[in-house]
Design a protein around this ligand. Structure first.
Ligand code: MRU
Length: 353
């Protein structure tokens, strides 16, 4: 029997307001936030109320509109300057996911086009909202296309391991790494997913386990340090993860722990796939070494599980992401198809298609 995927919408433009599902409250509470100003949008991104590279980009795009919608500009040039200022501000919310900068650039570009066309400030505001909505709608189609390509690498009965949440909550719909899981499920395939809990913020436990369970997909939650055992048991035929940024040489930044998983996959001869929309591929960053890696506060670890689990003032190292060298990546699955090594040439060619 085929099942239709019921999306969890993490970002919505509703009744002329930006509404977010507060991901920090899941799975205990389903709470929606209406964001009234750009500071609230910045905070929501920084505090992980909205997270996941594509969802961050979509939110920031709406954030630009929210920031300027009531700005009393007399001319298009004046409004353009404000758009640039607010985009620069939103760009400081998180450093690693390139989708944030990609989406903000698109918003600035629309404002530049409106200015060059001699549009009024009010017309420019309307164009900004339409662009943010287009970014969201495109992401849904992109995720579905990634899912269709990724599905060609899967088969009925497959066991798949994933890390963090590259799911519907992190995108407009379907997710990236989860898209083939939803499509396999729709086809009636039996797919077994193992979700790493993903320390320290537990996106795997709180979000991936939750959204796959809601969709009726067979998902088993494991602690991060159990992945090797699950692989050794022979339960996993593919690892698939999302990404925050793919460098021009194919190095992949993703949630901390991804690199370790790629090493384990190689040791067990299991393919390691990265699902990446073109908006996450950054040809301007030559290698993983140049990708800025966010470091977050110690409290995420010391008091991360709702109670104190380490001594106060303990020295903590808390990078939110790591970089998987391209040599460990079996393939990168994009909306335009599946890319394999040599990544430098093949990723560049994608943008010329
Ligand atoms: C499709 S989401 C891809 C990545 O953004 C995801 O895997 C990830 O690392 C998210 O990190 P987060 O810190 O929760 O924003």
């Amino acid at each position: 029997m085929t099942k239709t995927y019921q999306p969890l919408r993490s970002v919505r433009w509703e009744d002329d307001e930006l509404v977010l599902l507060d991901q920090t409250k899941l799975p205990e509470q389903t709470e929606f936030l209406t964001l009234k100003d750009v500071k609230q949008v910045w905070d929501a991104i920084e505090r992980l109320k909205v997270r996941g590279a594509p969802a961050i980009g979509i939110t920031a795009a709406y954030g630009v509109y929210v920031a300027v919608r009531h700005f009393p500009a007399a001319t298009a040039e004046e409004l353009l300057a404000e758009v640039k200022k607010q985009a620069d501000y939103l760009a400081t919310s998180r450093p690693t996911a390139v989708n944030l900068f990609w989406a903000l650039n698109r918003m600035v570009k629309i404002a530049e086009i409106a200015t060059a066309q001699g549009q009024s400030p009010e017309a420019m505001k309307r164009m900004l909202l339409v662009e943010a909505q287009a970014i969201q709608a495109e992401d849904e189609a992109v995720c579905r296309a990634i899912g269709e390509h990724a599905l060609t690498l899967f088969s009925d009965g497959i066991g798949v391991l994933t890390h963090c949440n590259a799911g519907g909550l992190a995108t407009a719909k379907y997710g990236t790494a989860t898209a083939p899981m939803y499509l396999a499920h729709e086809k009636g395939w039996k797919i077994k997913v193992f979700a790493d809990e993903t320390r320290p913020v537990l996106q795997g436990a709180r979000l991936t386990a939750y959204e796959l369970q809601q969709a009726g997909i067979d998902v088993t939650l494991i602690c991060d340090n159990m992945a090797a055992k699950v692989m050794a048991n022979g339960w996993v035929q593919a690892v698939i993860v999302g990404t925050d940024r793919v460098a021009a040489n194919g190095d992949v930044a993703n949630k901390i722990g991804t690199y370790g998983l790629a090493v384990l996959a190689r040791a067990h001869n299991i393919p390691f796939y990265v699902a990446a929309p073109l908006s996450s591929i950054d040809l301007n960053t030559p290698t993983g070494k140049e990708i800025p890696i966010e470091e977050r506060e110690a409290d995420e670890i010391i008091r991360g599980m709702g109670r104190q689990i380490a001594p106060n003032d303990i020295k903590v190292y808390n990078p939110a992401f790591d970089v998987t060298p391209h040599e460990l990546v079996t393939a990168i699955i994009t909306e335009k198809g599946i890319v394999r090594a040599p990544y430098k040439e093949n990723l560049r060619a994608l943008f010329e298609k």
